[in-house]
Design a protein around this ligand. Sequence first.
Ligand SMILES: Nc1ncnc2c1ncn2[C@@H]1O[C@H](COP(=O)(O)OP(=O)(O)O)[C@@H](O)[C@H]1O
Ligand SMILES: [Mg+2]
Length: 298
Amino acid sequence: MTVELPRVHSGKVRELYDAGRDRLLMVASDRVSAYDVIMAEPIPDKGRVLTAMTCFWCEEMADVVPGSLLAVDPADMSAALDGMPLPPEWAGRAVLVRRAEMLPLECIVRGYLAGQAWEEYEKSGTVHGAPMPEGLQLASKLERPIFTPSTKAAEGHDLNIGFAEAVDLVGAESALQAQAVSLELYRRAAARAADAGFILADTKFELGFVDGVLCLCDEVCTPDSSRYWPADQVVPGTTPPAFDKQPLRDWLAALPWDRTPPPPALPPEVVTAMSERYVAAYERVTGRSLDDWYGASA
Ligand SMILES: Nc1ncnc2c1ncn2[C@@H]1O[C@H](COP(=O)(O)OP(=O)(O)O)[C@@H](O)[C@H]1O
Ligand SMILES: [Mg+2]
């Protein structure tokens, strides 16, 4: 089934369509990427998990900052598009949103030291250029959560920047507001995740202005944008088993693959393990069943 909306962007995971009247239709696919390379095999239910989780967090955070979501129920979306039929496979993975003027920043908040931040700290004792206390380990809890923005690279890897560079990009007022909002969103999400037995080690928000008001956009605290660690399995000095692409990374790490396309073909057991992990992340973090979400399992 083809949709008569102009496609405005095709990301690694999402397709964006212009829905008219300053709205976008955002569709999360089942694609998975590692090291910025998209794998050939789709991961069943991944797009529905990303969408369901984003909607859950937008509800949870609605009093911190407004979201840009207009509709996710397929019938509501169709009605908002003057009755336009939508492909049945979009149910549960597509959302209609207000088009925002996006801040050209990835608003990353870190409560623990991991990933690129750990690599930088190990080399230079800094995180995004800012000096950090001595003696931290991989997976150490930081004294307090920190706002560590990066640029949104159209191609290639995003660039980690300091707060001063964020000010240069968006101005002091927006940078301060983005920092305050991101830290509060993280505090909220981390507390809720802790209730479910997870440490939210870090996460990335995308913020944008709708009618002059800063709004929460894009995906929110999904396994693709965040590190969720089972709280009882975190041992400082070691890499915790993140509830995300870990089975894929583990499997790829054992291969002599140089991290450039084409990607290696994923065996069915890796695809299944990934799918189960995404669904488990949603169900354990939110306490909801994916069976109760729109659409059906592939
Ligand atoms: N409400 C919104 N208004 C405008 N742009 C948005 C909105 N929500 C998300 N976006 C943008 O949509 C794009 C999604 O595409 P992209 O990030 O490339 O996809 P993916 O993360 O799937 O690889 C991002 O650039 C994001 O900033
Ligand atoms: Mg994205």
